[in-house]
Design a protein around this ligand. Structure first.
Ligand SMILES: *Cc1c(COP(=O)(O)O)cnc(C)c1O
Length: 399
């Protein structure tokens, strides 16, 4: 097998990826490409990145054997990669550290981001505070209303949150506004994208920053579990926690990758966020990928119980991994994710994020079909404290 070396120089993963942006951004993206090419293997840059991951984020995060639950299921051994233990409670901060270090080297004084549920906004506001840079976060006004506590968190961290009143007043409108800001303020502004989407070089760059997850697993699994995993399972919103754990294993042909999309109330209901399973090829957020869109190319409204999976597109590398057959993409409904959330609390004493609960639910489905000597490694991308209100509401409990 040829070693994997995508994307190509223009950011293509087969027919996916690339760069579809306004002319005014071409220069900024060229500048970013050059900076990333220069620093990605620069010892001083990498030293600072890993220093921050250790001292600010708390890495390495451990791998953990979900032993009691695995025994109960009576099949493969389920292991968790504990990204929930990171500062700010999820994997997103890994990438934000990488990008803000690049922003500093480019001399950019101002950071912008867009956010749906607010998790990427909080991670960005966190690193901007850490480095004393101005931070502006675009958020649909409907999301501002729904996610009041994350809005307050960002404000506590010193960020300005700009409610976006156009369109459906959600993530896709915030994306457009952030792009517009970047075009206008490109000289002094760095746009921190929170997942493996956006125009080239973002998908590859975010993947590389998140690869710290899989690189740690490569060392930890033989040591702690006695072997590398047979299957790796991760939830896919935009796809960054999944690429982060998959990518270091990409040339390990015997390690199976399973991404998990949000089936919401069911794929037939239309209320879901399963771009790879139910979308069609289109352009969103500056790249070609699978998109949930109507026949006229209008982006459709999405639904998931988990805000972080509620995204109408998916990173272009996942589109490629799906078409090439290197990864498969399952779906898990709201109800299945909720069940996994409750079971994980009870069996393991770990409260997972609802996003991660999708991946866990898929592992729980697969484990009994595999023998006891097999290992399923699940990326536990974040902790569930943020989701307590949602879970309580689903159980008819008022907090
Ligand atoms: C944002 C988020 C996700 C989804 O984003 P990806 O880019 O697909 O990883 C998954 N889990 C958690 C905890 C998140 O906060």
């Amino acid at each position: 097998m040829e070693p994997y070396n995508l994307p190509d120089g223009d950011g293509h993963f087969g027919r996916f990826g690339g760069s579809f942006v306004a002319e005014t951004l071409v220069h900024a993206l060229d500048e970013l490409k050059a900076a990333y090419a220069r620093y990605r293997n620069d010892p001083e840059f990498l030293r600072e990145f890993h220093y921050e991951l250790k001292h600010f984020v708390g890495r390495p995060s451990p791998v953990y054997h979900a032993k009691r639950w695995s025994e109960h299921l009576g099949g493969a051994q389920i292991w968790f990669k504990r990204e929930d233990l990171n500062h700010t409670g999820a994997h997103k901060v890994n990438n934000c550290i990488g990008q803000i270090l690049l922003a500093r080297r480019l001399g950019k004084q101002r950071i912008i981001a867009e956010t749906g549920a607010g998790q990427h906004g909080v991670a960005t506001a966190t690193v901007a505070a850490r480095y004393g840079l101005e931070c502006v976060v675009y958020m649909g006004s409907e999301d501002v209303r729904r996610q009041a506590s994350n809005v307050y968190r960002m404000k506590l961290l010193g960020a300005t949150v700009v409610p976006v009143e156009s369109g459906s007043r959600t993530l896709k409108d915030a994306l457009n506004e952030a792009m517009r800001d970047w075009v206008t303020n490109v000289e002094n502004t760095f746009y921190i994208i929170g997942t493996v989407a956006g125009p080239h070089p973002y998908p590859a760059m975010v993947r590389d920053f998140q690869s710290v997850i899989g690189n740690e697993c490569l060392e930890q699994m033989p040591e702690d579990a006695g072997a590398q995993p047979d299957v790796i399972v991760a939830a896919v919103g935009g796809g960054s926690n999944a690429m982060g754990i998959f990518y270091p294993y990409i040339n390990h042909a015997d390690v199976q990758f399973v991404g998990v999309e949000a089936a919401g109330r069911g794929l037939d209901s239309g209320a879901h966020a399963a771009s790879l399973n139910a979308g069609s090829v289109g352009v969103l957020h500056g790249n070609r990928t699978y998109v949930l869109q109507d026949d006229d190319g209008q982006v459709l409204a999405t639904h998931s119980i988990s805000a972080g999976l509620d995204y109408p597109g998916v990173g272009p590398e996942h589109a490629w991994l799906k078409d090439s057959g290197r990864a498969t993409y399952a779906t898990i409904t709201d109800d299945e994710a909720l069940q996994a959330f409750h079971d994980c609390c009870r069996f393991e004493g770990i409260m997972p994020a609802l996003e991660s609960s999708h991946a866990i639910a898929q592992a729980v489905k697969m484990a009994p079909t595999l023998s006891r000597d097999k290992i399923i490694l699940v990326n536990l991308s974040g902790r569930g404290d943020k989701d307590m209100h949602t879970v309580a509401e689903c159980s008819g409990i008022q907090l």
